[in-house]
Each structure stands twice: as C-alpha cells, then as structure tokens.
Design a protein around this ligand. Structure first.
Ligand code: MLT
Length: 210
C-alpha cells in the first residue's frame, strides 16, 4: 500500500491482486480520512485496486469533500468546484496507476460528492455505491449516465438524510439514464452489516455481468 501526496489529493493506493476486479474509489464521511473505508473495500471487493483520497475541506478540523453552510445545507458552488477537482484527480490517478474507471464507494459526505461527480463528470466513474447519500445539487446537471450502475443504500431512521431527499436523488439519477437500485434499510445514518452485504452482492453481480 502506498500513501502519497504527489497527485492533487493526499491518498492511499492499494494495487489490485485480481486484475479482473474493478478498481474502487473510496470516499469517506465527514471527519474521516483515507484509511476509513479500506477495511470495507477488502470485504466488498477483495482483489480490487483501491484509490482512497482524503477530503480537502476542513470543518472544525474534520476533513470533508465540500463545504456546507449547515448540516444538510450545502455550498453548491463549492460542491461543483470540488466535484470537478475530484474527477480531475481520478483522471490523473488512473493515468499514474494504470487504472480503469473506478466504482465510487462513498459514505455520507463521500456519497454526496460521488453523486455530484456522477452528475457533472459521469465519465470519471464506472458506477457508484452511495451509502446514506442525499441530493448534492438542487438543480442537477443533465449529463447522461447512460446505464451506469448505481446502488443507493439509505436508512429509514436516518436523522441526517430525510427519506424523501434520498428518494429524490434516486429519481434524478434515473432521469438521466442511471441504472439505479435504491435500498432502504431499517436503520439510521451509521453503516450496518446489511450495508456491507448489499454492497458486496451488488459488486459481485456487476463483476459477473461484466
Ligand atoms: C454532508 O454534509 O455531506 C451531509 O450532511 C452528511 C454529513 O457529512 O454529515
């Protein structure tokens, strides 16, 4: 495993042990870092190369991927700028490490930036697992997702992501051609074993289909 600051984000890169497995782009939640989701990646996609950047925005010292004005209220100019910056990083990392387009696996703030990248720069990603995601841009761009596979997993009792907001995200992504599966678990904002099982099964089926 390498950790490097040479590309535009401090990140970890773990090379693939199975060249047929799709690379993952891991995007942590608020207050997390590039190490947070590595254990999850090993479970849901053993053998995949892993690219895991640290969000550059600091909120009270906690890394995030874009600025917010309050909980659930986003600085949408910053969302757009940071989504483009992250897509550029993915492009540079693909070249540096020789990777195919990755599947984003994002949690909370990381899922929200992944959704924004899908909406602004869909070519940067091969698909996405969005865990506890919400709508990142109230007026979504209409970049085509043309069949891109997307798994959204929400919590029915999530105090941070209202159920109708997550449903709206699924609608937005479907409207531009995303092949969206939206699961709602009887849980809150934190991840559960059911999230892990859903994500692992979904990635396995994607591999079989591809
Ligand atoms: C966000 O700010 O992206 C969401 O409110 C989730 C969070 O990070 O708490």
């Amino acid at each position: 495993m390498t950790v490097t600051t040479e590309l535009s984000f401090t990140h970890r890169f773990v090379p693939a042990t199975d060249p047929a497995a799709p690379p993952l782009l891991l995007l942590h939640g608020t207050g997390g870092n590039e190490d947070d989701l590595l254990p999850l990646a090993r479970i849901i996609a053993p053998g995949s190369a892993v690219l895991s950047p640290r969000g550059k925005v600091l909120e009270g010292g906690m890394p995030r991927f874009f600025r917010r004005l309050a909980e659930g209220v986003f600085d949408e100019d910053d969302v757009r700028r940071r989504a483009d910056e992250l897509a550029d990083f993915v492009g540079a990392a693909r070249e540096a490490y020789g990777l195919a387009a990755p599947i984003a696996v994002g949690f909370s703030n990381g899922a929200n930036i992944a959704a924004a990248v899908l909406q602004r720069r869909p070519d940067a990603l091969a698909g996405a697992v969005l865990l506890r995601a919400m709508v990142p841009l109230r007026e979504p761009p209409d970049a085509s997702l043309s069949g891109k596979p997307i798994l959204i997993v929400s919590g029915a009792m999530d105090p941070i992501v209202p159920a109708d907001n997550a449903a709206r995200l699924a609608t937005f992504l479907r409207a531009v051609g995303g092949q969206v599966r939206h699961e709602v678990l009887p849980t809150g904002h934190g991840l559960t074993q059911a999230d892990v099982d859903l994500a692992r099964g979904w990635i396995e089926r994607l591999n079989e289909a591809g």
